[in-house]
Design a protein around this ligand. Sequence first.
Ligand SMILES: Nc1ncnc2c1ncn2[C@@H]1O[C@H](COP(=O)(O)OP(=O)(O)O)[C@@H](O)[C@H]1O
Ligand SMILES: [Mg+2]
Length: 357
Amino acid sequence: MNANGLSRQLVEAEDTVRALQQELAETNRGLVALTMELESRVDERTAELRTTQEELQRTNSELLHMTLELEDRVAQRTAELHEANERLQHELEERQRAEEALRRKDEELRTISQQLWQAAKLATVGELVASIAHELNNPLATVSLRVESLLTQVPEHDPKRRALEIIEQEVERMGRLVANLLQFSRRSQPQISTVDVCEEIRHTLDLISNHLRNRRIRVVREFAPDVPMMHADRELLRQLFLNLLANASDAMPQGGTLAINAAAGVLEGGAPAVVMELIDTGVGIAPDALPKVLEPFFTTKPEGQGTGLGLPICRRIVQEHHGTFTIVSDVGQGTTVRIVLPLTDRTNIAHLQGIEP
Ligand SMILES: Nc1ncnc2c1ncn2[C@@H]1O[C@H](COP(=O)(O)OP(=O)(O)O)[C@@H](O)[C@H]1O
Ligand SMILES: [Mg+2]
């Protein structure tokens, strides 16, 4: 190759290099532009992302706030429900109590009506007994008279005499029974007179002294020398003492001691009175039975033995005399009945017939 050819080739190569350089520069420019554009896009996306993140954060804190609020509300509602529940529980308990009280009242009512029914029956029986006893009085008096007259006609050693004497005794016994029945069923105005209570206690004790002896009951009387006379219904006082003696005797089936005291004293409020005490060493009264012993028909005795009327009658008698009646008892130790009767009061003066207080 010659020198011309070479220089031409050089020129051509230089042209090519220039063209390549130009192309490179252009490409470079393009790349720079592209890079710039990319950077601006990345910036844009980053800004967008930041906004989204901020939004998310806001939403998140809102959610948190809402959750807290909800929790608060739930706690409040729970507390309210709890309170309502407690109120309901309380109301339920109160209702149960009220129902229980109602049930008790109902039961009480039932026993009262039963007692009333029994009392009504008893009153009828009492009336019947009184009228029969009354009817028996006259024939008994006739029989008694006839027997008496027959006895005067029969000679001393006649074998028929014994039979007639037995008839006379039995008629007398029937007469006493009828008199007692009439007295017991009597429900009239008290017959007030001047009474020596010690004498009445002695009299009542005499009536049942045999019975007390058989039961090995020792009676210790302690009557103060200055027990005053008082205004009272003698028969009612006897009935009072008889009932109390019967109860004391029933309480000492294995025997024991019955102390009977009487002394001058005063009633609450200062009115002069007679104070009596009957103290037995019997079985005593259980604490849960004690408040009931004055109720009509309350008895702890077997059927047929107790009527549950003894103590209510005692209390009625004491009330009719405007006195006080108290029972103190210790199971296994014994029972003390204390009676305080005023010597006189306006009410029984009203019944007095010609007796000055
Ligand atoms: N002195 C006493 N000792 C123990 N218990 C007594 C005594 N007096 C009364 N009570 C009790 O009181 C109850 C009621 O007495 P009361 O009214 O006289 O009726 P009743 O003798 O018919 O049972 C008796 O059943 C008995 O349980
Ligand atoms: Mg009795």
